[in-house]
Design a protein around this ligand. Structure first.
Ligand code: ZN
Length: 357
């Protein structure tokens, strides 16, 4: 097992695809046709397939026009089939379809009981078309067709509530969320958790990470099980860290930090301990070096973690975050060591400084 650095890209649609399932009953067909038509054009591109109860055959809908023109013939092919869910749900499960299913029916499908404890039923909405009272023995998601397409649409939506990235040994080093929400990084139980509160329709992120396993993106929606989504590797999106030259007049100050001695202040002319970062008579002594995030120094150069969340040290067996926290990889977990001390040595010829001003 070795900690490696990966460049990753996340691309995910928050909107869910929808499958229609229709009970082919003559007296309700006109109503189903009108409702379906309205819903398909509102969910543009999201209803790609249609089934009939009792038939495992899938009828593809590429454009809304396909439904408008071809569904009457499809309906005739399936007229008066026994209203069974089994052939359709088995097919949908085989395809590992994770979206929503809308069943238009006049009565409860006769084999509904077979699916009562299934996860697929949590993502199924029954649109009831008959005026009769149904023997609704079960706690199902259902809506009366008479309430209209807009109301049905509000029941189809299954908004995302939380997304997160996880893997063994995972540490986000830097990231950019192009769209889809804001990220929060937490450390708990030996793990870094990168979570996103979803916003908008799509999620797009570029990341540089350390990881042992290949990371996975998880998504929790209001209904249904947690979905796992594949993340792809990409060419490096972020430049390698650029170390800047320490300005000549600051070199003696940094050197005092490294050797834990004192320096002659270039503002008041007095000697200060290396621990003094703000001159009592002036201002910040390391003027020009960004100070609100952790800064790493060699004897000649510095690197500020302002744009990075964390930087790997000691062959990726250690990381330091922009808040100056040090973590070490031990026995398959990240262990929090401590907040770095002023000019603490963190790697060969590398010292760290974290000071909020
Ligand atoms: Zn001074």
């Amino acid at each position: 097992m070795s900690q490696r650095i990966l460049d990753l890209k996340v691309n995910l649609n928050y909107t869910v695809p929808v499958i229609f399932v229709i009970e082919a009953v003559e007296e309700h067909w006109q109503k189903i046709y009108e409702l379906s038509n309205d819903i398909i054009s509102s969910l543009l591109g999201r209803v790609n397939e249609l089934y009939f109860l009792g038939n495992s055959r899938s009828y593809p809908i590429v454009l809304p026009q396909d439904f408008i023109e071809q569904s009457p013939a499809w309906f005739n092919e399936n007229k008066n089939r026994v209203s069974l869910l089994n052939p359709v749900f088995e097919e949908i499960e085989k395809k590992k379809f994770k979206g929503m299913i809308v069943v238009f029916c006049s009565k409860e499908p006769c084999d509904l009981e077979d699916w009562l404890e299934s996860e697929i039923l949590e993502r199924t909405l029954f649109v009831m078309l008959s005026d009769e009272d149904f023997p609704l023995k079960y706690n199902l998601n259902y809506v009366e067709g008479i309430k209209g397409a807009t109301y049905i649409l509000s029941k189809i939506e299954n908004p995302p509530e939380q997304a997160w990235i996880e893997a063994k040994g995972f540490v986000p080093l830097c990231y950019e969320i192009k769209q889809g929400g804001k990220a929060e990084i937490k450390f708990q139980d030996g793990k870094f958790l990168f979570s996103i509160i979803p916003e908008g329709e799509r999620l797009e992120i570029h990341l540089k990470v350390i990881s042992d396993d290949f990371p996975v993106l998880y998504l929790k929606r209001r209904k249904g099980q947690i979905e796992s989504n594949e993340i792809k590797e990409e060419l490096p999106w972020f430049k390698d860290p650029t170390w800047e030259e320490i300005p000549e007049d600051l070199k003696p100050i940094v050197e005092a930090g490294i050797t834990k001695s004192s320096y002659k202040c270039n503002q008041c002319g007095e000697e200060h301990s290396y621990r003094v970062l703000i001159c009592p008579e002036g201002g910040i002594v390391l003027r020009g070096i960004p100070m609100n995030s952790c800064v790493l120094f060699t004897k000649e150069k510095y690197f500020s973690l302002s744009e990075w969340y964390a930087l790997p040290l000691r062959h990726n067996q250690r990381v330091i975050t922009r808040d100056g926290n040090l973590y070490e990889w031990r026995n398959g977990n990240w262990i929090y060591l401590r907040k770095v001390d002023i000019y603490e040595k963190v790697d060969d010829e590398v010292w760290a400084l974290f000071h909020r001003i």
